[in-house]
Design a protein around this ligand. Structure first.
Ligand code: IPE
Ligand code: IPE
Ligand code: MG
Length: 240
């Protein structure tokens, strides 16, 4: 296989295990989230270095709103801090920053910061870094269906168009419109579930579940995952 085919275009990571990492060290859970930011930086750099074009990270799920207020608050603060601190590096490395999820649930100050960061990095074209924030797969499919229904009732789309629509036609209503489906989804911390992540988009993804906790997942682990991906045989239902 050619070298370029072995590098996944889109790598997605369910960053899990921050709380356990902190607890193992006798610290509060939020200490693990702060350490996890270092892993985000390392993996972003590794993605740029290896030629991955899209790196998406599940940072906060719709279900995570049910965590204690202190933890939710700290996670949102960390997002703001990371955006502020990492902007110069993103500019230097040609990283375009995008946040996807239920933005209506985020504070207006966070939304403003995200808009600003997205606008400043919009012309960067080496890597697209997608942060899924207040995201869930079922929410995404539902909001897509509602958008489509609204287009039909307002006359923007017609029934005939709807009835002839294929799978690709529906893709453009999802928040990930324009972003290729993930080739590889990695989940850290030993949990082997999707936790309501990219349900539609993960249809043909390769999965790697590793016991490594997210704050310990750095460049070496990222490169090892890419090497494992390169050994996978993607058949898409065909016979080889
Ligand atoms: C992942 O780590 C970060 C988020 C889900 C926000 P966790 O906080 O879930 O860590 P564990 O799974 O409790 O160890
Ligand atoms: C999934 O991790 C969500 C993120 C990584 C953002 P969780 O730790 O919330 O998942 P569950 O609760 O173990 O399924
Ligand atoms: Mg967890």
């Amino acid at each position: 296989m050619e070298e370029s085919k072995r590098i996944p275009v889109h790598v997605s990571i369910i960053m899990d295990g921050n709380g356990r990492w902190a607890e193992e060290r006798g610290h509060e859970r939020v200490y693990g989230h702060a350490a996890g930011v270092e892993s985000v930086r390392a993996c972003t750099e590794a993605a740029v270095e290896t030629g991955v074009r899209y790196l998406s990270l599940f940072a906060f799920s719709e279900e995570n709103w049910n965590r204690p207020e202190h933890e939710v608050h700290t996670l949102m603060e960390l997002m703001v801090k990371a955006m502020r601190d990492e902007l110069p590096t993103m500019m230097k490395n040609g990283v375009r920053f995008v946040v996807l999820g239920n933005r209506a649930r985020l504070s207006s100050s966070l939304n403003e910061m995200i808009d600003d960061c997205e606008a400043r990095t919009a012309a960067n074209d080496r890597l697209v870094l997608v942060i899924f924030l207040s995201y869930s797969g079922k929410w995404d499919i539902l909001q897509a269906a509602k958008k489509l229904a609204a287009e039909i009732s307002s006359g923007q789309a017609d029934e005939e168009e709807l009835l002839s629509m294929g799978v690709d036609g529906f893709d453009r209503y999802l928040v990930t419109a324009g972003i290729p489906d993930p080739d590889l989804i990695i989940r850290t911390s030993g949990e082997c579930r999707l936790s309501n992540y990219l349900l539609w988009q993960a249809a043909y993804s390769e999965f790697i579940f590793t016991g490594v906790l997210w704050p310990d997942f750095r460049k070496e682990e990222f490169r090892a995952a890419l090497a494992e991906y390169a050994r996978r045989d993607r058949r898409y239902g065909r016979v080889k």
